[in-house]
Design a protein around this ligand. Structure first.
Ligand code: FE2
Ligand code: FE2
Length: 357
């Protein structure tokens, strides 16, 4: 599992506790909603219900899909109640949250989970580590995992770590070259992280080859790592769906720029132009993009660069159902989009020179 999605199963009592501690960041399901219970597929689970209500506990147990090893089940219990603890274990609890629980308690549980993922990533990525630029890919992937977990749990952003990971990417791409770096990234199996890593590498190269100052290259690189952070709130069933999305699924995906922007803005650490790029990287100059339908001059330089590097990254991505486009084919598509008035022609030309160099 690439990150911690959180689903909370609550009754009246649990709903009040959740409302007090968390403003957003999880899917909330009513404990008696059998259909919703049976649809829970991924991520971490928080169960906060009256465990003395045996019928309700049975209903949850019977309708939740079977626990798998990859999932954390956090169950809220009355402090000191053995009976509740037994019921919680019966629900497959991997962690107990003693009432009254706080956001910090929940975060600690989720962090333990994130650490386990980090270890899993390290094991899975041993092969990647041996590739050109591999250790920087791994650092950036671990950072993405932390970022996605932090957003999901509404936790704090560790900007210093993101910048450190960005710095490593800048160094690695400069050392091995974009083509080799992209080749290594394409071996990375988590699709959203692969995409973010590809886009980050493309942005780094663009900044470097167009002669930007070191600090500006780092701004682009950090922007690349952050740009799709809002996808932490979009189900991986939708993000990884092979083939065409339904209108409802596409509407879900289209929420990610605003989710990412809202989270980052609250952190008070991110420069305004990076925030704008996170919010507007799917806007087009002709006003046909989202979420705000901006046009021409309303779209800043950093955002324009982010948009074309994002599209380039998506085109050269490897997915289980599609082979990556060649650099030439990706540039051809972007050139057509520029001719249609969607993206800036000069920037596409600059990207073409950057990736060819
Ligand atoms: Fe995006
Ligand atoms: Fe993207």
């Amino acid at each position: 599992m690439p990150r911690t999605e959180l689903t909370a199963i609550v009754d009246r009592v649990g709903r009040a506790a959740l409302a007090k501690e968390m403003s957003h960041g999880c899917t909330v399901i009513d404990a008696r909603d059998v259909d919703a219970l049976s649809m829970v597929r991924r991520g971490a689970l928080l169960i906060d219900v009256d465990l003395r209500d045996i019928d309700q506990v049975r209903l949850i147990k019977d309708n939740l899909p079977k626990a798998d090893d990859d999932r954390i089940r956090i169950v809220a219990v009355e402090r000191g109640s053995h009976r509740c603890e037994i019921q919680a274990r019966g629900l497959g609890a991997s962690d107990l949250l003693k009432r009254p629980w706080s956001f910090a308690d929940l975060s600690r549980c989720l962090q333990r989970h994130a650490n386990r993922h980090t270890e899993a990533i390290s094991l899975e990525a041993e092969e990647i580590q041996r590739e050109p630029g591999g250790s920087s890919i791994l650092s950036a992937a671990i950072e993405l995992d932390r970022l996605f977990t932090a957003l999901t749990a509404n936790g704090a952003l560790d900007l210093a770590s993101v910048e450190q990971a960005g710095d490593q990417v800048v160094g690695a791409v400069a050392e091995v070259g974009l083509a080799k770096w992209l080749d290594s990234v394409r071996r990375y199996h988590k699709s959203t992280f692969q995409h973010c890593l590809l886009v980050t590498g493309v942005l780094t190269t663009f900044g470097h080859k167009t002669g930007m100052r070191k600090q500006d290259v780092l701004t682009l690189t950090v922007g690349g790592l952050l740009h799709d952070i809002g996808k932490a709130q979009v189900s991986t069933d939708i993000l990884d769906k092979p083939g065409k999305l339904t209108d409802e699924e596409f509407a879900e995906i289209k929420k990610h720029p605003l989710i990412g922007y809202d989270y980052l803005r609250k952190q008070n650490l991110i420069a305004a132009e990076t925030l704008a790029a996170v919010r507007h990287h799917h806007e087009y100059l002709d006003g046909s993009g989202y979420p705000d339908g901006l046009t021409g001059q309303q779209i800043g330089d950093l955002t324009r660069i982010m948009t074309i590097c994002d599209i380039y990254g998506a085109l050269v991505e490897r997915r289980s159902y599609k082979e990556p486009k060649s650099p030439a084919a990706a540039i051809e598509i972007l050139t057509r989009m520029a001719r249609d008035g969607k993206v800036e022609y000069e920037l596409v030309k600059a990207l073409e020179r950057s990736v060819a160099a």
